[in-house]
Ligand binder design. Sequence first.
Ligand code: SPV
Ligand code: MG
Length: 294
Amino acid sequence: TNNFISKSALFRQHLFSPETIFLMEAHNGLSAKIVQETGFDGIWASGLSISASLGVRDSNEASWTQVLEILEFMSDATSIPILVDGDTGYGNFNNVRRLVKKLCQRGIAAVCIEDKLFPKTNSFIGNSQQLADIDEFCGRIKAGQDSKTDPHFSIIARVEALIAGAGMDEALRRAEAYHQAGADAILIHSKQPTAAEVLEFARRWANRCPLVIVPTKYYTTPTEVFRQAKISMIIWANHNLRACISMMRQISQKIKKEQSLVNAEKNIASVDDIFDLVNDDELREAEKLYLPQK
Ligand code: SPV
Ligand code: MG
């Protein structure tokens, strides 16, 4: 009856459009709202950022249902698509089935799962990244696809071969297997300070399906280079969390030192800004409608 398009369908439009799309990290309802009001096309629900914001490590210390609770707040707070960092899928194919089902129920547009083992290790930590068996990981992808209750929900397979030092041929071999297993897109991850290996991968991949990248370590590469390489999505993966850390430290230190709020006040959001962000006006209107009026 109207031209309503679901978040998951919109995400697929973005994924398969010839344009390069940007996803910005969020880690709770508030940061998700800020990403949306800034005008981003979608949200990256970062595992690293959600874990850190809970004060724990990016090693599956927060349970998957604890993460799911956060995702529900993020989804309720926004109308743009959310791509969830599903880590390794929290176990084997069976855990992925249940994860996908619950993400569909929460209005999540897509999930990304990486070809490593539970409990995962962040890709930028150390050099002992254990890759999953290819066939076993393909089973996780297939099981995820078979269990989605939203037909537009997308599953992105994240290739960690370059992170693990397994080489370009292995990365391509894995990406091809995951593509054949039904992945909607490939996230090729790299921790190099330049984009060389990601660009070589993109060249050899030759658009078999959309590519997603996370240029956290090769951040100096101009975005135009990624556009020309026909990268479908770029994830700015942890920058809202890092901004929070810097600002919270600054303001805590200032208030601690000065024992006064005078100089802090001008550098931070107003209390009214908080009310606006959570749409307090709507509650005032609803009260007129539903509370007994004197
Ligand atoms: C995340 O944001 O949690 C990611 C990206 O998975 S990275 O930390 O680069 O592995
Ligand atoms: Mg992660």
